[in-house]
Design a protein around this ligand. Structure first.
Ligand SMILES: Nc1ncnc2c1ncn2[C@@H]1O[C@H](COP(=O)(O)OP(=O)(O)O)[C@@H](O)[C@H]1O
Ligand SMILES: [Mg+2]
Length: 238
């Protein structure tokens, strides 16, 4: 027969589980709201461009960006509502070069004109089992951080994005010539809520870390204060 002690242990286990689930939900929601913020910025910038009366070809590009941002937000909302934090849900074979091309096109709306993005990629396709939305948001977060790090330096900015195969990994790097990270902060930057920016949330890199981890990969950073930072994501070719 089950004893009182066992019942209370089971109950507390149950409430532990509930707490864990609530915590997970809280973290996921916060992360998604953060990424929706990026998409809203893309929407705002693209509708501004259209309103300004851009040539037809630019209008098409801006409407494409609006569609992509809306689609991304819809997927994010769906994830919260279905409370499925399981990134396996949307794992599929993706061509990561095309995925990054599209992410970089979207990121242009978050990047001011004095910052150039350079994308170095191999000629050959790289196919990977991954969650397209999450990976794209992770790279978008790294680009956004590079912009935030370059802005205070008041100089021409360069964000170098590169991708290559290092069997059995795919390596994605995002490097900038921004303000860099103080050595004492280097090991904290992926902690949830760690921020040194006024108005920062400390959610962006925690999101990146969670995405990379759920793909079985690793993410690392090297940086020199005043010179710039380099984030490296290694993803397994499952
Ligand atoms: N590219 C970068 N260059 C310099 N510092 C960075 C960069 N990316 C992240 N950081 C540091 O890591 C912190 C956490 O980043 P993040 O999680 O995106 O939160 P937030 O951008 O809201 O501050 C930033 O506040 C900043 O100190
Ligand atoms: Mg950030």
């Amino acid at each position: 027969m089950i004893t009182d002690k066992e019942v209370s242990e089971l109950l507390s286990e149950d409430s532990d589980k509930k707490m864990k689930k609530m915590n997970m939900l809280g973290q996921m929601t916060f992360g998604i709201v953060h990424d929706i913020g990026n998409s809203l910025q893309i929407l705002r910038a693209s509708s501004y461009m259209i309103r300004k009366g851009a040539p037809d070809i630019t209008v098409t590009k801006n409407v494409d960006a609006i569609d992509a941002a809306v689609e991304n937000m819809a997927l994010m909302v769906e994830r919260v509502l279905s409370f499925s934090n399981n990134s396996n849900d949307l794992v599929q074979e993706i061509d990561i070069l095309t995925a990054l091309d599209e992410t970089i096109i979207l990121s242009e709306y978050l990047v001011p004109p004095h910052i150039t993005i350079d994308f170095q990629k191999p000629d050959k396709k790289i196919l990977l089992m991954a969650n397209l939305l999450e990976l794209s948001q992770a790279v978008l977060n790294l680009i956004k951080n590079s912009v935030d790090a370059i802005e205070p330096m008041k100089r021409e900015g360069l964000i170098l994005i590169s991708i290559k195969e290092c069997f059995p990994w795919v390596e994605v790097k995002v490097k900038d010539n921004g303000c860099g990270i103080a050595p004492k902060h280097l090991e904290k930057v992926f902690d949830p809520l760690f921020t040194t920016r006024e108005g920062g949330t400390g959610i962006g890199l925690a999101n990146v870390w969670a995405t990379v981890e759920s793909h079985g990969g690793v993410v690392a950073v090297t940086s020199e204060l005043g010179q710039g930072s380099e984030f490296t994501i290694m993803l397994p070719r499952k």
